[in-house]
Design a protein. Structure first.
Length: 146
């Protein structure tokens, strides 16, 4: 895949399309030399795509999910939008997911792994910002022996 600082794709609201987009995103990360950032980036990307497909578009393959990925000088950005009515994200801004919860874990994932989370007013598009770990300890193996 050609090295580009941005990737924009629109996909139908299906799990298969999510898998294809995630593979393109993995290749995009590799092409940009961002191997160290793949785990958190892909976790955030997959969660936001799943939310858009399932909650936003009701898994209707005729409705599209819009996704763009961008690499800045210090940050990686993920933006995912759907055709749905949105949700009142402010109401859930301080909600913490519990062990047995079957909903609401996506917002918790965003809070734990993204450096910044911004929803549009309607609540049908999210922008996630992630600091690039290139050359830094990602914290995933912080207990390793030196």
């Amino acid at each position: 895949m050609k090295c580009s600082t941005a990737l924009r794709l629109k996909i139908p609201s299906t799990l298969a399309a999510i898998e294809q987009l995630c593979e393109r995103a993995r290749l995009w990360l590799e092409a940009n030399g961002l191997h160290e950032d793949w785990f958190v980036f892909m976790l955030l990307l997959r969660e936001s795509l799943n939310n858009a497909v399932k909650h936003g578009n009701g898994s209707d393959p005729s409705l599209l999910v819009d996704c763009w990925l961008r690499k800045g000088l210090r940050w990686l950005y993920i933006s995912v939008g759907d055709c749905g009515a949105g949700f009142d994200w402010g109401r859930f801004s301080t909600h913490q997911a519990c062990y047995g919860d079957t909903c609401g874990r996506g917002l918790e994932i965003y809070r734990l792994y993204a450096d910044k989370v911004i929803f549009n007013r309607r609540g049908n598009r999210v922008l996630l910002r992630l600091e690039m770990r290139k050359g830094k300890d990602s914290g995933l193996n912080s207990n390793r022996a030196e």
